[in-house]
Design a protein around this ligand. Structure first.
Ligand SMILES: [Zn+2]
Length: 344
């Protein structure tokens, strides 16, 4: 089979690799029908140390179950399924709490040992806990939105929940990538009244407005914080969604939260330092968030996708086949594209 392998900075190749196969009786093999490239794939794209083995890529996919191990009960051959960006048993202490990204027996796709979603097929460990069946066919018009349930829509939802977005609250979203845009959808879905998008790319900002953003702040740094204060009567936002992970975006997010407010961070931190430790202390700002347990949110969000109430699939502005994946990385890295979908 063919799959995407990353060897180093800007070095993404599509190659023939060993076929995905069952190893454990709890595994399934899924033939991928749709996948995508994530903003978080761009971190290694710009920083990976060269590696001769290469890292298999992709953690967002939908596909057909081709084979199941002898202990798999919840899915069967032929089912169309969506996979969250982490695999999990569904039964441990943390999974039962709905924190599947901390599953005691779980893990993440790709790397040097496991298949990734950006390939023709994937060995899925712990298939019963991990996979969720889709009630539609593989070419259904809602496929792009259903694909976002594997990561970006669930991650935006996690940011909104961690930031305690809700009715009557002022919400600010830092980051105009696919996760930030889904954060706008999530904040509106949870009832946020005023939604301030901090972003500067015209196409992304336009989509944010369609998703429910009421205000757009295109300044950066302290000027952005000042603009948010102006828009909030000098008070700041109740809820801030940090959807980037850079030190600068975290600094902005923490500085625009009002006293008693909350920051939900889902951008992978690129540093161990947390800015504004003292100022957020004196303002009683809650700092929450982390890797989203999207497995817990798939069932919650899927009805809204199927009813068309939310349309997160609109974040995809480019479609490619597997051969076009290296150029898809380039396009996202150069911000030519918000998010690239891979159709098999
Ligand atoms: Zn678990």
């Amino acid at each position: 089979m063919r799959a995407t392998v990353m060897y180093g900075v800007h070095d993404v190749r599509v190659e023939t690799v060993r076929d995905a196969r069952l190893v454990e009786p709890t595994d399934a093999v899924v033939a991928v029908t749709r996948a995508c490239i994530c903003g978080s794939d761009l971190w290694p794209y710009n920083s990976m140390k060269p590696n001769e083995v290469g890292n298999r890529m992709g953690h967002e996919f939908i596909g057909r179950v081709e084979e199941i191990g002898s202990e798999v009960r919840n899915v069967k051959k032929g089912d169309l399924v969506v996979a969250p960006f982490a695999w999990s048993d569904g039964t441990c202490e943390f999974c039962v709490q709905g924190l599947q990204t901390s599953c005691i027996h779980g893990g993440f796709w790709g790397g040097t040992k496991l298949d990734g979603g950006q390939g023709e097929a994937v060995r899925v460990p712990l298939a019963d806990g991990t996979l969720v069946r889709l009630p539609v066919g593989p070419d259904h018009a809602l496929m792009p939105s259903l694909l976002t349930l594997s990561d970006v829509m669930g991650t935006g939802h996690h940011a909104a929940r961690a930031a305690r977005a809700g009715p009557g609250k002022v919400t600010a979203v830092v980051g105009d990538g696919a996760v930030g845009l889904c954060g706008v959808i999530a904040a509106r879905r949870l009832g946020a009244e005023q939604i301030i998008m901090l972003g500067r790319h015209p196409d992304r900002v336009a989509l944010a407005r369609e998703f429910g953003a009421t205000d757009v702040v295109s300044e950066r740094g302290e000027a952005a914080a000042e603009r948010v204060r102006q828009l909030t009567g000098g008070l700041g936002a109740h809820s801030v969604l940090e959807c980037v992970g850079h030190g600068e975006s975290m600094l902005t997010a923490l500085s625009i939260a009002r006293p008693g407010g909350a920051v939900g961070r889902v951008g992978v931190p690129q540093s161990d330092e947390m800015p504004e430790a003292r100022t957020t202390f004196y303002r009683n700002v809650t700092i929450s968030g982390g890797p989203a347990p999207v497995r817990a949110y798939i069932e919650e969000l899927m009805p809204d996708v199927l009813e068309g109430t939310i349309q997160p699939g609109r974040v995809f502005d480019r479609v490619t086949d597997l051969n076009g994946v290296p150029d898809g990385y380039r396009a996202m890295n150069e911000r030519e594209s918000i998010k690239v979908m891979i159709k098999f």
